[in-house]
Design a protein around this ligand. Structure first.
Ligand code: ADP
Ligand code: ZN
Length: 369
């Protein structure tokens, strides 16, 4: 597993289809970096949402035009509801008449929603156009822009339609975080801390020391090293397990509860990262109960408690348990939890009793009340 402090300038993701770089660049340099990735115009498709477009559409379009490209911009409404078949169809309706070529790059500029929707459009248009993610939310930077998951939601459940489709590159401009709403910083840091807990004690130490500067001041000099390291960890795990057969399951630390919390609370009430923060607290509690010596539970729980979360006192354990039993990752009715032997040493447990899981939830509920 990755060890901390390796925060190499050259990050890359090595997958079964291609090895692609993660680069920290200014938005104005994106066209030149597309060329470096072997991608060429004149046409380029930019998929973004209204919030992100308000800040970054003009500078990016300008940069492309200056460099001799012809950008075609598609702006979707912000939020999870854009991850829909209806929105995807609209994208096809807008893009197909443009007579794209198989070599026309698609850039997604935005958070995870735009990355998933735009990524799936890129994967399916003309059987696959080259894709480059330009993640602007902290969550997309530390997590969803790496690994090739793309797709949309269905009435039956989230992310049920999609494919693994690896991008040609991930280009991150940390300056875009200046306009990111405060709640989205919490969402992103929850996943970044998750990467530390499953893989890197030094990232846990780092976030412990700098979380106030990151969440309170949105201080980029404190944030960027955490982003780099979190991306490195995600890239390592994806490289070892591109299609989620083994180690990639560790990325689900906190997510068994999180998916249930999001579903029971009603999507959007508790944001994904907030639900992950709560889910990680429950998973830490379960881990500590199994191996009291191995984890400094009080310290780690205190770190997670620094992430503000909504009131979950109304969520009943019965409803959460039912949701967990019906999760798509649940097999044969056995609920799986990623737990920790120690920080950086995760494992999958499929033998947690209902009573032990309920105690973990009671703990989380009481400590957030
Ligand atoms: P995720 O948390 O998975 O990235 P979204 O794609 O919905 O989910 O992004 C979260 C929210 O943050 C959306 O409302 C999006 O428009 C907004 N957003 C993303 N990046 C920025 C940014 N750099 N500045 C302002 N708003 C942003
Ligand atoms: Zn997540």
């Amino acid at each position: 597993m990755p060890t901390s402090r390796i925060r190499p300038d050259a990050l890359s993701v090595d997958t079964d289809v291609r090895t692609y770089p993660i680069r920290f660049v200014h938005l104005a340099e994106v066209p030149a970096h597309l060329n470096n990735l072997g991608l060429h115009g004149p046409s380029v498709v930019l998929i973004t949402d209204e919030n992100v477009a308000a800040h970054y559409r003009s500078p990016l379009v300008h940069a492309f035009e200056e460099a001799g490209w012809t950008p075609h911009v598609v702006v979707v409404p912000p939020g999870e509801s854009s991850k829909s078949m209806a929105q995807l169809e609209q994208l096809y309706d807008t893009l197909l008449p443009l007579e794209l070529e198989r070599s026309t790059p698609v850039c997604t500029l935005g958070g995870g929603v735009v990355g998933d929707l735009g990524g799936f459009a890129a994967a399916t248009l003309l059987r696959g156009l080259p894709l480059v993610h330009l993640p602007t939310s902290l969550l997309a930077q530390v997590d969803s822009s790496i690994g090739g998951k793309t797709g949309v939601n269905h009435a039956v459940g989230k992310n049920l339609i999609g494919s693994f489709y690896q991008p040609h590159g991930v280009l991150v401009d940390p300056e875009t975080l200046h306009t990111l709403p405060a709640r989205e910083w919490i969402n992103g840091m929850a996943e970044a801390i998750k990467h530390g807990l499953i893989a890197d004690p030094a990232l846990v130490d780092y976030t412990e020391q700098h979380l106030t500067a990151i969440l309170g001041d949105h201080d980029l000099s404190a944030t960027v090293p955490a982003v780099r390291t979190a991306m490195h960890i995600k890239a390592q795990i994806v490289a070892e397990d591109t299609r989620e057969a083994g180690k990639r399951a560790w990325l689900n630390f906190g997510h068994t509860f999180a998916h249930a919390i999001e579903q029971v609370a009603g999507y959007g009430t508790v944001a994904h990262g907030e639900a992950v923060a709560l889910g990680m607290r429950a998973a830490l509690y379960l881990s500590h109960r199994r191996a009291p010596q191995a984890l400094d539970h009080a310290r780690l729980d205190a770190l997670l408690a620094m992430l503000p979360t909504p009131d979950v006192s109304a969520l009943s354990f019965d409803a959460l348990w039912t949701a967990m039993r019906h999760d798509k990752k649940t097999q044969d009715g056995t609920i799986r939890f990623v737990l920790l032997h120690a920080v950086g040493d995760p494992f999958v447990a499929s033998d947690c009793s209902r009573a032990s899981v309920q105690r973990a939830w009671d703990f989380v509920q009481q400590s957030t009340a």
